[in-house]
Design a protein around this ligand. Structure first.
Ligand code: IMP
Length: 199
């Protein structure tokens, strides 16, 4: 079976991709497994450019079909922040809980109807000897006033889905994979990966 590199060190994302790309005719390998510990450049202004640069960087190092994503949260009342800065929003050594609290504090005077937001994800698939393809997904909701739920990672406990009456951290992982920004982008990328594996 051909190998495919999943270039992420984020455990929350990796766990989701294990399910989202299950059943493909590829052996999915991690950066650790191929002995890569360099960090890819990730300082472009868009999710698309960051995902593409990461995928191409690790594909060049490994010689493998490589998947990388860049994703984040865009809050309308903050003009789209934190966006590409989602993972560094509360400083370099901050935890998910610190980031959630930092964001809630920024939004403390914003009423519920103005707390709309979206998660965005771009998946890049770098293919040795061919051009890189990108796939985008988004998920709309609003920012809750306090965290709820234990599932998922990152900002999930404060990302409220009005149509389910729950935060993403309260819905089952299967549902998150179906409706999330990453799930939607992965469904599109899957079609390409199936064609590459000849399946
Ligand atoms: P990056 O794509 O590694 O730059 O990090 C994206 C950051 O956005 C993560 O560290 C999270 O803080 C946030 N994020 C991206 N996707 C999700 C998600 O599915 N749930 C919650 N937070 C997310």
């Amino acid at each position: 079976m051909p190998r495919m590199l999943l270039a992420t060190t984020n455990r929350g994302k990796a766990a989701e991709y294990d399910v989202l790309f299950k059943g493909l005719d590829f052996e999915q390998v991690t950066l650790d497994q191929v002995g890569i510990n360099q960090e890819a450049p990730e300082n472009y202004p868009t999710f698309e450019e960051n995902a593409r640069s990461k995928a191409e960087f690790y594909s060049a190092l490994s010689g493998l079909i490589t998947i990388a994503d860049d994703s984040g949260l865009e809050v309308d009342a903050l003009g789209g922040e934190p966006g590409i800065r989602s993972s560094r929003y509360a400083g370099d050594n901050a935890t998910d809980t610190d980031r959630v609290n930092f964001l809630l504090n920024k939004l403390r005077h914003i009423p519920p109807e103005k707390r709309t937001a979206k998660f965005r994800c771009v998946i890049a698939v770098a293919i040795p000897g061919s051009s890189t393809k990108t796939f985008e997904g988004e998920c709309r909701g609003c920012i809750a006033v306090k965290p709820r739920g234990e599932n998922g990672f990152g900002y999930d406990p404060i990302f409220y889905l009005p149509e389910y009456g729950k935060t993403i951290a309260e819905v089952m992982p299967e549902l998150k994979n179906e409706i999330s920004h990453r799930g939607r982008a992965a469904q599109k990328a899957r079609t390409l990966l199936e064609s590459l594996s000849g399946h």
